[in-house]
Design a binder for this molecule. Structure first.
Ligand SMILES: Nc1nc2c([nH]c(=O)n2[C@H]2C[C@H](O)[C@@H](COP(=O)(O)OP(=O)(O)OP(=O)(O)O)O2)c(=O)[nH]1
Ligand SMILES: [Mg+2]
Length: 134
């Protein structure tokens, strides 16, 4: 079985809302709402991958000390087993923009359940509600 390591981030704004981003057409799971992030490249540490992905996907600069680990997803897709740690980040530089996603939304954690997300993401929602409120 192939394990794919993907790193992801819940960006949280001053009102305790979480950023979700809609996956673009042409990619796997197109149209679903996800936490920004992506696959690790050879030689990277997970936190470096996340910082790179947040720059590439959202145009923001994040410092490693502003990333707090929260939980992880472990889910069997047909082609691979996804292992995805999720960090929380409340502090970054720059304006969040959709460089690769179709759209972005800031939502209360309790509203994440209303969004069509990848099946792997469902268990990530309760820890976010515990941390941020519904
Ligand atoms: N980023 C992200 N990926 C997720 C989430 N949930 C989930 O199942 N995935 C899956 C979808 C993909 O199979 C994989 C991550 O792929 P990705 O498309 O973000 O990878 P990437 O940014 O490196 O993009 P690419 O270069 O591979 O096109 O993890 C999530 O919340 N965030
Ligand atoms: Mg990505």
């Amino acid at each position: 079985m192939k394990i794919t390591l993907v790193v992801a981030c819940a960006l949280v704004d001053a009102d305790n809302r979480v950023l979700v981003a809609q996956r673009p057409e042409g990619k796997a799971l197109a149209g679903l709402w996800e936490f920004p992030g992506g696959k690790m490249e050879p030689g990277e540490r997970p936190e470096q991958t996340l910082i790179r992905e947040l720059d590439e996907e959202l145009g923001i600069t994040v410092k490693e000390e502003c990333l707090a680990p929260l939980t992880f997803a472990s889910f069997g897709y047909p082609e691979f087993h996804l292992l995805m740690p999720l960090w929380v980040c409340r502090r970054w530089e720059g304006q969040v923009i959709a460089r690769e996603h179709t759209a972005l939304k800031w939502l209360r954690a309790g509203k994440l359940r209303d969004m069509p997300m990848p099946p792997a993401d469902e268990p990530l929602i309760p820890p976010l509600i515990d941390l941020l409120g519904a």
